[in-house]
Design a protein around this ligand. Structure first.
Ligand code: SAJ
Length: 417
């Protein structure tokens, strides 16, 4: 059945979801408080880099079923896809955007409306924060409104595919709400839509990302130990992973993005039993400093060194710099080499997000090149060409993507993490 849906927040999740619903026959009002986002959409353009998303959104706009709106429009379904940032000082979730979105909906609510929260939140948020706000409308979330949480689970870089192919977890405040939300997702999801409670759905999402954070911390710790022992960590991990019950993740310069470095704290804030999660966060947060120290170890006491950092995005082939380890690496390098020059290049990152230089400018006269992000183009760099522009041939491969033998045969000292 086709529904009228107002999507609140047209970011990395809201925009593709709005387009997906429109393409599947629903009538969508796409609301955002950011005028730039709406202006771009009005011109048939989008504000984020995501493979295939531009064409997908254009199809939705051309269908006439995705309409950008600058005031919240009435609908039968409201989907809240706003950010839930992390308060650095208190290490807790900032739920002010969820609150604000919910308050905007209140005056429009009528009996039978379905309200879905997709934003990642601490367990209990739907019941304890969203429901009381919605009930200021005078309608009950038990008998009048249908309220559910359905956490987004898409991997940036593969959003459109995963929106359709990933299973979804839907947790309603009541069984009727669960059923209504399941029915909506079933109109475009080609995988299982699992029904549970709102609280469990919230918890599951956090558990998934915490799993990755802990596993990556384990890989990073193994990598540091392996290095001390003169062992190639990635080779060792690849061999260990041949065991049918072992799946160690990849070591790297730290964990970035708006999810994995943040979500474990949403569990920590709920319980004093969360110990491992804190330690894992600490291990991953210390990796940029470890990478900077590898640079120091590799180049020694060169006076006024020039260091080229390749990659600012938090992972390969995306433009997103949120919580990117590269930002920390830059700061750490500047602290370690106060008289040196640290340059960063990343062709994916738009200049209004962060200043960068072109790759050949970054490596020009450099004493060391650091591969900080696993963008595809860095895998295929020609070491002879890069080396010819540099003052000394030292490479720190924090992502393990260079063909070390090839780089060594071009005269590079290669230090891989
Ligand atoms: N990373 C490693 N080693 C690895 C894997 C990742 O160092 O083995 C690093 C990446 O380089 C990156 C960070 O971790 O800096 C996170 O990257 P990611 O690709 O693992 O995850 P995200 O943050 O892009 O997306 C995650 C996904 N969650 C899971 O895979 C459990 C995605 O499905 C979620 O929708 C998303 O978080 C979210 O929105 O919560």
């Amino acid at each position: 059945m086709s529904r009228s849906v107002t999507v609140m927040g047209l970011g990395y999740i809201g925009l593709p979801t709005a387009a997906m619903l429109a393409i599947h026959g629903h009538s969508i009002n796409g609301f955002d408080t950011n005028k730039r986002v709406l202006d771009k959409l009005a011109r048939g353009d989008i504000h984020i880099e995501e493979p295939g998303l531009l064409a997908f959104v254009r199809d939705a706009l051309n269908s006439g079923r995705l309409v950008p709106v600058d005031t919240v429009a009435p609908a039968d379904v409201y989907m809240i896809c706003v950010p839930t940032p992390f308060e650095v000082k208190t290490k807790t979730a900032d739920l002010s955007y969820v609150e604000a979105a919910a308050k905007l909906i209140v005056p429009l609510l009528k009996k039978g409306d379905l309200i879905i929260l997709e934003s990642t939140v601490p367990a209990g948020t739907t019941d304890d924060l969203l429901v009381p706000i919605l009930e200021t409308s005078g309608l009950s979330c038990r008998t009048d409104l249908l309220v559910a949480h359905c956490p987004e689970t898409v991997l940036p870089g593969n959003t459109i595919h995963e929106l359709v192919r990933n299973h979804r977890v839907v947790g309603g405040v009541t069984p009727e709400a669960t059923r209504a939300a399941v029915a909506l997702y079933a109109t475009f999801v080609q995988a299982e839509v699992v029904a549970t409670t709102a609280r469990t759905a919230e918890f599951v999402k956090l558990a998934e990302n915490a799993f990755r954070d802990v596993n990556i911390a384990f890989a990073n710790e193994l990598a540091m130990i392996a290095r001390e022992l003169g062992i190639d960590a990635r080779e060792a991990i690849a061999i260990a992973n041949k065991h049918p019950r072992v799946n160690v993740h990849a070591p790297g310069p730290g964990v970035g993005g708006h999810c994995i470095p943040v979500d474990p704290w949403f569990l920590v804030q709920s319980s004093s039993n969360a110990k491992l999660l804190r330690v894992a966060r600490g291990v991953n947060d210390a990796m940029p400093d470890y990478v900077a120290r590898l640079v120091k170890e590799a180049i020694g006491d060169v006076r006024d060194p020039v260091i080229a950092v390749l990659g600012l995005a938090y992972k390969g082939n995306v433009d997103d710099v949120r919580e990117s380890p590269s930002l920390e690496i830059l700061t750490n390098l500047q602290e370690l080499f106060p008289t040196g020059t640290v340059r960063v290049s990343d062709s994916h990152v738009k200049p209004d997000r962060h200043p960068t230089v072109r790759l050949h400018e970054a490596v020009s006269n450099a004493d060391c090149v650091v591969i900080a992000t696993d963008h595809d183009e860095y895998r295929f760099l020609d070491p002879a060409d890069v080396g010819a522009r540099m003052r000394a041939r030292v490479a720190i491969d924090a992502r393990g993507i260079l063909d070390a033998a090839k780089w060594r045969s071009s005269g590079f000292a290669v230090h891989a993490l």
